[in-house]
Design a protein. Structure first.
Length: 117
C-alpha cells in the first residue's frame, strides 16, 4: 500500500511540475501518439532526476520535450547547477539534444540559449 501511495505521489508531483501539459495537446501538433508518449516519458524522467538531485531544483526548471529535443528554461544558482541540469537531461534515454535557456539568477547564459548533444 505504501508503494502505491509513493508512486501516486510521484505521478502527482511530476504532473504539477510539467504544468499539467500532459493533458493538453495542441490541435496543430504533428506528433503521433507514440511520439507524444516518448516525449512525455523523457520529460518525466528528467523531472524525476531533478527531484532527486542535490544541486538542481526541479521547481525552478521547466522541461519541455519535442521529438526528443529537450528545452530547459528557468533559474539556477550557479554555473555548476546549470551544467548539472544539462548533464542530467542528456543522460535521459532517447534525448537527441538539449537546448539550455537557463539563467543563473539574473544572468543569462546566452541570448539565444545553448545547445548540447
Amino acid at each position: 500500500m505504501k508503494l502505491l501511495q509513493a508512486s501516486l505521489l510521484q505521478i502527482i508531483i511530476i504532473y504539477c511540475l510539467t504544468g499539467c501539459s500532459g493533458l493538453i495537446v495542441a490541435v496543430d501538433d504533428k506528433r503521433s501518439l507514440g511520439e507524444l508518449a516518448d516525449d512525455a516519458t523523457i520529460t518525466s524522467s528528467i523531472n524525476v532526476k531533478y527531484l532527486t538531485d542535490e544541486l538542481v531544483s526541479a521547481l525552478d526548471i521547466n522541461v519541455d520535450t519535442y521529438r526528443g529535443v529537450v528545452t530547459l528554461d528557468g533559474l539556477v544558482d550557479n554555473q555548476t547547477a546549470a551544467t548539472r541540469a544539462i548533464d542530467l537531461a542528456l543522460s535521459a534515454g532517447n534525448v537527441a539534444k538539449v537546448i539550455s535557456n537557463l539563467t543563473i539568477r539574473d544572468q543569462a547564459l546566452s541570448p539565444r540559449g545553448l545547445e548540447y548533444q
